[in-house]
Design a binder for this molecule. Structure first.
Ligand code: FA5
Length: 363
């Protein structure tokens, strides 16, 4: 009977260690399987002397039953533990709880606009909103760009059909020099630049005036890494007594160093815009390639960012400002391009692309 006790001892050890259904099953096979240790002894029962066979058989059956029972009991405990673990790992969706929306991030243009608004507010500038549909007068004539002035062709414009009658059905007629509708001051168009708000804001507030007005602009342009047909600018104007180019340069430099939180290389060169005199182009050294020349800066190392200048007296007069007393500067910051530089976005088309992963820039 010694070997039965040994087998039971061995079984007791192994069943104690078995922690999973698979491990328990191997113990079962080892002891109760067809070629298992108990079965082998049962198979050998015929060779046991007749007078011992009954007791031996009874002892073997008792051993078999004991092992069987213990395996079954341990099996139940293991199943319960496994089930509890599975339940603990399974997320519970409680339909009665409020819906937890997955939060996205603010669009990079919103982020940079907010930042600039804060910066200019700290300089005492008000933040103005302006329509995306403006009149030809607002966009061009009031800005010293009369009908047939070649400067109109610098900004290929989307004119709205039938806008003179006030019955605009929203259909957009693509302009080109030969397809432009007959010009009247009332002709409606999608604003090509934020400068279109200058005249109206001068009339609304008079001088002195400090205002910025960010807005969406539209141009009938072929798109590439730095050009979109729909993009953002942020216009700024400061009109007061004795405003000079020094004020303009100070504000531009301070604004850029605050936006980039480090010194960025800029260059100022003469630029022609009929509504400023003198006019400048303010370029920023490309922050994508560090000036090494890449597709994002059209292989020039620089990016046109913020044309600016002293507001032309004709424009001030159109806005009802006394040019004997007041002077002012204006700038038209390329907001979308600034966002490219600030967030290291290589291609401007990402901003209108709608791919959330590419737009997850800020928090
Ligand atoms: C203007 O729009 C003038 N109104 C700016 C101005 C304002 C000058 C006040 C003087 C005084 P320009 O067409 O260069 O200028 O555009 C200004 C900026 O807008 C450019 O430097 C550029 O950064 C951005 N920009 C222009 N066109 C596009 C475009 N298609 N896609 C993306 N950004 C553009």
């Amino acid at each position: 009977m010694n070997n039965l006790i040994d087998i039971k001892n061995e079984f007791d050890l192994k069943i104690q260690v078995a922690a999973t259904s698979e491990e328990l099953d191997s113990v079962r096979i080892e002891f109760l399987g067809k070629k298992g240790k108990v079965q082998e002894l049962l198979n050998g029962l015929g060779a046991v002397p007749k007078e011992e066979r009954k007791d031996r058989g009874q002892a073997l059956n008792e051993l078999k039953n004991a092992i069987q029972t213990e395996i079954e009991q341990k099996g139940v405990r293991i199943k319960v533990a496994e089930l509890q673990e599975k339940v603990a790992k399974t997320p519970v969706y409680d339909a009665s709880l409020p819906y937890e929306a997955k939060c996205g991030s603010l669009h990079p243009i919103t982020l940079i606009t907010n930042e600039l608004e804060d910066i200019f507010a700290s300089f005492g500038f008000s933040v103005e909103d302006y329509s995306e549909v403006v009149s030809d007068f607002e966009c061009f004539t009031s800005l010293n760009i009369p009908e047939h002035h070649p400067a109109r062709d610098m900004q290929d414009t989307f004119y709205l059909e039938d806008s003179d009658s006030g019955q605009c059905d929203g259909e957009i007629k693509l302009s080109s020099t030969d397809r432009r509708p007959p010009i009247t001051d009332h002709q409606k168009l999608l604003k090509t630049h934020t400068s279109a708000a200058q005249n109206s804001l001068m009339k609304k507030y008079g001088a002195p005036l400090r205002a910025i007005f960010p807005g969406r602009c539209f141009r009938n342009e072929a798109t590439d890494a730095t050009h979109e047909n729909t993009f953002f600018q942020m216009e700024g104007m400061m009109i007061d007594e004795g405003v000079s180019i020094s004020n303009l340069i100070y504000f531009m430099k301070t604004m850029l160093s605050k936006v980039f939180e480090r010194d960025v290389e800029v260059r100022l060169r003469p630029g022609y815009f009929p509504f400023v005199e003198p006019g400048f182009e303010l370029d920023i050294k490309c922050l994508i390639c560090g000036g090494e020349k890449c597709a994002s800066c059209k292989h020039s190392g620089w990016l046109e960012l913020c044309p600016c200048g002293m507001i032309h007296p004709n424009v001030l007069k159109q806005g009802g400002i006394d040019t004997e007393k007041f002077s002012g500067f204006a700038f038209g910051l390329g907001l979308t391009r600034l966002a490219m530089m600030k967030y290291g976005v290589k291609d401007i088309r990402v901003f209108n692309g709608g791919r959330i992963e590419e737009l997850k820039i800020g928090k």
